[in-house]
Design a protein around this ligand. Structure first.
Ligand code: DX5
Ligand code: ZN
Length: 222
């Protein structure tokens, strides 16, 4: 694996000084900013909407990967694209019309991602492969930061890697949930190329920059 992208999740950031925390991650070499949007329906938590994405857009030039953990994501993709999202990632479990939503995202000029809950099989990707720019494999049940990674999901990650290598090699394979210095190399070994990390970066006692460096170090030889 040559390139490993690091995508700090601002879910665990200090929201009272969000701009500063995003800049800290950018200055420390983060590749993507991961933004977790939750609606209190699809997942049992409520976070942020397009206004905050627009605010984050003004403080960084990094791509914004907006992870929509919301019911009927098709209703909101245009609002998030207008707010400055570069990648819009949706859950197939939250829409009856995955193919249509992916087309919608592309028509807005954004890149399209699909996120899979731990129990969702990779087969849901089979007929939308040509529309995929990113697959986000959830290694926790979505809704909260700071949970423990579910190792059984690694088998699925390997299967997704093989699908993408065969049919969509340009798509990113991102892993989200419970990623730290121990689990990151395991995820890379199972085919991930992009690491989403919230608490391992924003709750690290050594600070954001040192935490990003430590994650890079942990996967350097993977
Ligand atoms: C969980 C979110 C994650 C979350 C990860 O529903 O999708 O992006 O921020 O947090 P950690 O890295 O703490 O597991
Ligand atoms: Zn996420």
């Amino acid at each position: 694996m040559n390139i490993v992208r690091i995508a700090p999740s601002i879910l665990s950031a200090d929201f009272a000084r969000l701009g500063e925390q995003v800049r800290e991650a950018e200055n420390a070499g983060a590749d993507v900013i991961h933004v977790d949007v939750m609606d209190g329906h699809f997942v049992p938590n409520i976070t942020i909407g397009p206004l905050v994405v627009a605010a984050v857009r003004t403080v960084t030039s990094l791509p914004l990967d907006v992870h929509l953990m919301i019911e009927n994501p098709g209703r909101y993709v245009s609002a998030f694209a207008e707010a400055g999202a570069d990648i819009l990632t949706v859950h197939p479990e939250a829409t009856s019309h995955l193919h249509r939503v992916l087309q919608q995202i592309h028509s807005l000029g954004a890149r399209a991602g699909v996120a899979l809950n731990p129990a969702t099989p990779e087969s849901v990707l089979q007929y939308v492969l040509s529309d995929l720019d990113l697959v986000l494999v959830m290694t926790v049940n979505p809704g909260f930061g700071g949970q423990k990674l579910i190792p059984e999901v690694f088998a699925k990650m390997r299967a997704v890697r093989e699908m993408l290598d065969r049919s969509r090699p340009s798509a990113w394979l991102s892993v989200d949930g419970g990623i730290d210095g121990v689990t990151a190399p395991q995820a890379i070994a199972h085919g991930a190329d992009t690491l989403v990390a919230g608490s391992a970066i924003y709750s690290a006692p050594e600070g954001v920059a040192a935490a990003i460096l430590a994650l890079r170090g942990a996967v350097a030889g993977a």
